[in-house]
Design a protein around this ligand. Sequence first.
Ligand SMILES: Nc1ncnc2c1ncn2[C@@H]1O[C@H](COP(=O)(O)OP(=O)(O)OP(=O)(O)O)[C@@H](O)[C@H]1O
Ligand SMILES: O=P(O)(O)OC[C@H]1O[C@H](OP(=O)(O)OP(=O)(O)O)[C@H](O)[C@@H]1O
Length: 219
Amino acid sequence: MTDRLKVAMPKGRIYKQASKLLREAGVPIPPDVDDTRKLVIPLPELGMEFIMAKPVDVPTYVEYGAADIGIVGKDVLLEESKDVYELLDLEIARCRMSVIGLPDWQPGIHQRVATKYPRVASQYFREQGQQVEVIKLNGSIELAPLIGLADRIVDMVETGQTLRENGLIEQTRILDITSRLIANRVSYRMKNTAIQELCDRLQHVIPGKAVQQQGGSRA
Ligand SMILES: Nc1ncnc2c1ncn2[C@@H]1O[C@H](COP(=O)(O)OP(=O)(O)OP(=O)(O)O)[C@@H](O)[C@H]1O
Ligand SMILES: O=P(O)(O)OC[C@H]1O[C@H](OP(=O)(O)OP(=O)(O)O)[C@H](O)[C@@H]1O
């Protein structure tokens, strides 16, 4: 285990807000990191190494210890159900997970729901006592009810623009989503000083009220 803190950074829409928050917390990420195509970025001056990962894979890198800590959406954390510590709610990349359908949707006998989040969706409908067939898709989820693949979808809503442009209605908000700081269980003990220092710095700059669940919860 190197002393350097290996950080799984999500590429894509979370990166921008995560890197801004880290900079505000006094981690001066060099500007060229924002546009690089490099996947492993040593940052010896920060005592860190960034691993640029696809968001859905961040919990996997952290669970296996390929990264000590990582930043990931709560949606992915719930869906992937990995054995990691959830340290901080960073209160960034805010959106919600909702049940969505066409305005004329009627409950039928055999209901199909398309989603990127089959585990979370199945659990939700089970809890509601609704029997549905859940179909896993990987993107453009809003297509499913428009072309008859599914009656409804479970997907992320942020501005609502995608729903409006496709004539869909948000029926029920299931979960409010933000990004979280997670840690590998062994790294959390072995690199506790560095991880704790980063958490302290982040807590001072997290927008809104931070929820701290250190040293305990399974994500
Ligand atoms: N409008 C939004 N739509 C989807 N996810 C959002 C939105 N706003 C914030 N998020 C957060 O961002 C994460 C998704 O980021 P991003 O779209 O970069 O990844 P992705 O779904 O793997 O992308 P892609 O597969 O399209 O490359 C989600 O896990 C969620 O926590
Ligand atoms: O409420 P809005 O601001 O419109 O954001 C929500 C949309 O953004 C995401 O899609 P994304 O752009 O990631 O495309 P994808 O579904 O193909 O991954 C999400 O799956 C919704 O479709």
